[in-house]
Design a protein around this ligand. Structure first.
Ligand SMILES: [Zn+2]
Length: 448
């Protein structure tokens, strides 16, 4: 399959931050093979017999990379409003997690991915934290394949907590192996990671086993870390030592660890992050929703650490909208530092694209518009939205500060068009909404 879009305003987010105001892109069998001036790309596209489409001056951005969510929480929107993390988890999320069945997963994941696609997301890192029945990973990955969304699946687990969801190491790693064997292909559309729960759901033994398995199989780890002061308080109570010392001694820290949240960090924790080159996922909306605080993004970046962006689950966000996360994340940093330069629109776009790709180990494959990378991008048409129109400043500022899902016109993942003229191509949007409402009602019945 060979296809080209001509006359698009391309924001590449490459190393030089190149922009092509009258640009063109050609992609063949899922890979970008030409980018540049529209006339130049047109010539190549004609020589190769590609299908040629006129982009009509729309903006073209690399697909957004959501480095942290919990898609099943789509069925819990509003359930845990106005609570702190320490109240929200046991009251709202733990009962839901224990009651989850295949039909809930299928409906929640479909809605979450629909929302993701409509907000320009092409890659989702989903942290599936509860496994009350076997096979939920297969349900989720089947939906992702069907909808054509690139996914990093974090196989969640814990060995402390409600009896319905605790597991032992052998059982967990056997499931991870099974998922890898079934779904991981060379195209990088699906990757499987380890997703141990927060430290308060994990024994020291399982944390050490996590590192052992990760090293033996080169499987990266995503984990909620320092979301609030609970990690520190728990470690002091259980082991009489700072949490960061426990994590270091248990082998958790490393360049293959994506530390989600990382709000409650002091200089000692940041020094260890720097020493072990830990990656960070910044989740501003969730951190504000649960009143957790603000991650020290500027300090982490000054230490040379990779910081990516995530929405977190709809349970602590009420949506999966990366456009909202970009705006909120930039504004939060500005207000924390009382400095409008604390995070610029351009920095935020990099965080939501190429930095996200790097954090998920996909930096060579996605995150920017460059020859040799996968054709993961979206077309943005401000004329479809009163919020997005007009564009008076840079395209980056328009997307980050006036971004609106109605302006997300077309989404392409691995060369496949999953949204065309604002309409889902691989599924029935109305049916997804109806089923999500039915399954949310069913889930709530089971926990009340
Ligand atoms: Zn989370």
């Amino acid at each position: 399959m060979k296809k080209a879009y001509l006359h698009v305003h391309i924001v590449t987010v490459d190393d030089q931050d190149r922009v092509w105001p009258d640009g063109g892109i050609l992609y063949e069998n899922g890979t970008i093979t030409a980018v540049g001036e529209s006339a130049h790309v047109e010539q190549i596209a004609r020589e190769r017999g590609a299908e040629i489409l006129d982009g009509g001056g729309k903006y073209l951005f690399p697909g957004l990379v959501n480095t942290h969510t919990h898609l099943y929480q789509e069925l819990t929107k509003g359930l845990g409003s106005d609570l702190s993390l320490e109240e929200w988890f046991p009251k709202a999320m733990a009962p839901v997690g224990a009651a989850l069945r295949e039909e809930h997963m299928e409906a929640g994941v479909a809605l979450g991915l629909l929302e993701a696609i409509h907000s320009g997301v092409t890659t989702v890192a989903d942290y599936m934290q509860h496994q009350p029945v076997p096979g939920l990973g297969r349900v989720e990955l089947d939906v992702a394949k069907q909808m054509g969304v690139r996914m990093v699946y974090g196989r969640g687990y814990r060995d402390i907590g409600r009896a319905e969801v605790v597991e032992d190491a052998a059982h967990i790693f056997a499931d991870v192996e099974d998922l890898k064997a079934r779904y991981v292909q060379p195209d990088g559309m699906i990757t499987v990671w380890l997703a141990p729960a927060a430290s308060w759901g994990l024994s020291d033994h399982l944390m050490r086993e996590t590192r052992r398995y990760a090293d033996a199989t080169e499987t990266p780890i995503m984990m909620h870390l320092f979301e609030t002061g609970s990690d520190e308080a728990g470690s002091q109570q259980r082991f009489g030592k700072p949490a960061i010392e426990w994590f270091e001694e248990a082998g958790l820290l490393g360049p293959d660890l994506l530390a989600v949240h990382s709000v409650a960090l002091g200089s000692a924790e940041m020094e260890k992050y720097q020493q072990y080159r830990v990656m960070v996922s910044y989740n501003p909306v969730s951190n504000m929703y649960l009143a957790s605080g603000s991650a020290p993004v500027r300090e982490l970046k000054e230490r040379g650490l990779a910081v990516a962006l995530g929405t977190d689950g709809a349970g602590s966000n009420n949506n999966n909208n990366m456009l909202e996360a970009m705006k909120s994340g930039a504004l939060l940093q500005k207000v924390v530092h009382r400095d409008p330069q604390a995070m610029t629109a351009g920095e935020m776009l990099r965080m939501a694209t190429i930095e996200g790709a790097r954090a998920l180990g996909l930096g060579d494959r996605i995150g920017s518009i460059e020859v040799g990378k996968a054709a993961d991008f979206f077309l943005y048409d401000p004329m479809h939205s009163p919020i997005a129109c007009p564009v008076c400043g840079t395209p980056e500022a328009a997307l980050v500060y006036s971004g609106d899902h109605r302006a997300i016109d077309t989404v392409v993942i691995q060369g496949q068009t999953v949204l065309e003229c604002g309409i889902l191509t691989k599924g029935d949007e109305d049916a997804i909404l109806v089923q999500a409402r039915r399954m949310a009602d069913d889930l709530l019945c089971r926990i009340r």
